[in-house]
Write a protein that binds this ligand. Structure first.
Ligand code: CAA
Length: 247
């Protein structure tokens, strides 16, 4: 199988797009260390499902907006599995409010998980990847980082920030066998999108050229493509998966 012998860390890897990435990687033969912060039931369910199918998955509780947690989780993964080949910075939250209503905490909480979290996890794993002279990092951005959105100043800033983080780390790692890329999904059928008020979501779907939401699977397969050995000449790139929303 294509990812046999590889070890991947997927933050927010037990729900939504993250669960699809975990599942694709595990089915491709990788050992997957799936991070989660609170939802133990969803994590246990995914582990049971994949475990029953004979796949290798370990669960790691921690907050990506806490650098100590990030370092601890990476140490746990190295102790358990001996190496880290792939880091997928997928953990993300929304606190949607117009700027007039958004509090300073709303700003910091979203930027902390979505942007600082990717930095802290990258920092926690990068020396190991440099030592081995290989690694793949994929950051999950969003179409909102490019277009902006009413009620999402914090989220849009965090997702645009991930593009800058991606390109900077890609440049720094370009001669060390480590690629760093972004996947920017549009509106994907997950709990996050299900929380959008129904009337607002209907208007969003009208604007999507394909007139439908994407599936987590459609995002996960692009992430896996970027992780393949033969994708080694792709770095600092942003792959969009959005039904044509940014045209
Ligand atoms: N354009 C401009 N202004 C708008 C607007 C629009 N389309 N819609 C609303 N507004 C303005 C209103 O005029 C109002 O302005 P004032 O405060 O100056 O009066 C203000 O926004 C608040 O409007 P409401 O009172 O009607 O709405 P609210 O405060 O209850 O909620 C909202 C506003 C938080 C933006 C809500 O509509 C919402 O949750 N929208 C969905 C946001 C969204 O699309 N989130 C995506 C989540 S999925 C995701 O993020 C994944 C991904 O990567 C794609």
């Amino acid at each position: 199988m294509i990812f046999d012998g590889k070890v991947a860390i997927v933050t927010g890897g037990t729900r939504g797009i993250g669960a699809a990435i975990t599942s694709h990687l595990a089915k491709g033969g990788a050992t997957v260390a799936a991070g989660y912060s609170r939802d133990t039931a969803a994590a246990d369910k995914l582990r049971a499902e994949l475990g029953a199918a004979g796949k290798n998955i370990s669960l790691h509780q921690g907050r990506v907006d806490d650098a100590d947690d990030c370092n601890r989780v990476v140490k746990e993964v190295l102790d358990q599995h001996g190496r880290v080949d792939f880091l997928i910075n997928n953990a993300g939250i929304t606190v949607d409010k117009t700027v007039r209503k958004m509090t300073v905490d709303d700003w910091h909480n979203v930027l902390g998980v979505n942007l600082f979290g990717a930095f802290a996890m990258t920092k926690a794993v990068i020396e190991h990847m440099i030592e081995r002279g290989s690694g793949r990092i994929v950051n999950i951005s969003s179409v909102i980082g490019e277009t902006g959105n009413v009620g999402q100043a914090n989220y849009a800033a965090s997702k645009a920030g991930l593009v800058g983080l991606t390109k900077s780390v890609a440049l720094e790692m370009s001669q060390r066998g480590i690629t760093v890329n972004c996947v920017a999904p549009g509106f994907i059928k997950t709990e996050m999108v299900a929380a959008i008020p129904e009337n607002v979501l209907a208007k969003i779907v009208e604007k999507i050229p394909q007139r439908r939401l994407g599936s987590p699977h459609e995002v996960a397969r692009v992430v896996c493509f970027l992780l393949e050995e033969e994708s080694s000449y792709i770095t600092g790139a942003v792959y969009t998966v959005n039904g044509g929303l940014d045209m």
